[in-house]
Ligand binder design. Structure first.
Ligand SMILES: [Zn+2]
Ligand SMILES: [Zn+2]
Length: 290
């Protein structure tokens, strides 16, 4: 009885997921690639550029789908992976794939000939439709664009190592960058924490779009101090506090920018205001030549 109920629920979730995939811009979805309610698959234009679907191949993927995102929808597990199947690939494609697998930091095969380049797990979401749709929203808005930016970098340079989406708790916003009214009302500490929380979505979006290298000088913590520091960065808020009205909503792409602590310090060094990003870039150009 219980099994039956769980089965029906999974079917309902799968139908919603399929519907979500069909309507999401930038996603290529074919229901023929899904195995009923357990695994739903989709691709994106970038995946198809890197490893095109094979035509008329037989074997594991009759549809000739080798590079894809897979949504595993189980009663006890919900996860999304970016998977690559080596079965039936041409020799050159196989060689490229092995390189891609190596640079994405995958340590083992998920199944024979199938590798997960990345795995995103949502342990709280299994079997719960509302949590699953929240996970899909988060995935498509932050994780996937960031991962695809990394994949595109690998496409240009096969030695590039693909990085995971940074932990937003390591992305710092200076107190000077927070709207004043939020700092003075009530208890300072609570409000700061609260503001950090409320800004985490904005920070995620900013990083998904711009990455975690300094947008002024290019500094990358992971490249200089080692992989355990990858993803650390400051986020500068470009809108002067005096321009912020009560109903202001931060625009993560227009208003925020990732910068290293050095450039951030310089941005804030103008008496009575900020230097602009362009002004700091010009300072570097003027002083650091060759
Ligand atoms: Zn910098
Ligand atoms: Zn700042």
């Amino acid at each position: 009885m219980e099994d039956m109920k769980a089965q029906i629920e999974l079917k309902l979730i799968a139908a919603q997921l399929a519907d979500w995939c069909r309507h999401r811009e930038g996603i290529i979805f074919r229901s023929s690639l899904c195995t009923q309610e357990r695994v739903l698959r989709f691709q994106t234009p970038l995946l198809l550029q890197i490893i095109p679907n094979a035509k008329g191949q037989t074997g594991a993927w009759k549809s000739g789908c080798f590079f894809m995102y897979e949504i595993y929808n189980g009663a006890a597990e919900f996860k999304i992976t970016c998977s690559v199947s080596l079965m039936g690939l041409l020799k050159k494609q196989r060689k490229d794939c092995m390189k891609l697998i190596e640079k994405s930091g995958v340590s083992s095969e998920a199944a024979k000939g199938l590798y997960y380049l990345k795995e995103w797990t949502y342990p709280e979401a299994a079997g719960k439709l509302d949590k699953i749709m929240e996970a899909m929203q988060d995935f498509s808005e932050f994780e996937m664009p960031y991962f695809e930016t990394e994949l595109a970098k690998w496409k240009d340079n096969h030695d590039y190592r693909i990085k995971a989406f940074p932990d937003v708790s390591q992305v710092a916003i200076l107190r000077e960058d927070l709207p004043e009214q939020l700092l003075v009302e009530g208890g300072m500490k609570d409000i700061l924490t609260n503001k950090y929380e409320r800004n985490s979505t904005a920070r995620k979006k900013c990083i998904a779009v711009y990455g975690t290298s300094c947008r002024i000088c290019g500094f990358d913590f992971g490249a200089v101090y080692g992989p355990e520091f990858a993803g650390r960065i400051h986020v500068h808020h470009k809108v002067p506090l005096s321009k912020i009205k009560e109903d202001y909503v931060v625009d993560p792409v227009k208003d925020l920018i990732p910068v290293c602590p050095n450039c951030h310090m310089i941005l804030h060094s103008r008496t009575g205001g900020y230097y602009t990003v362009e002004e700091v870039k010009k300072m570097i150009e003027k002083n650091v030549s060759n």
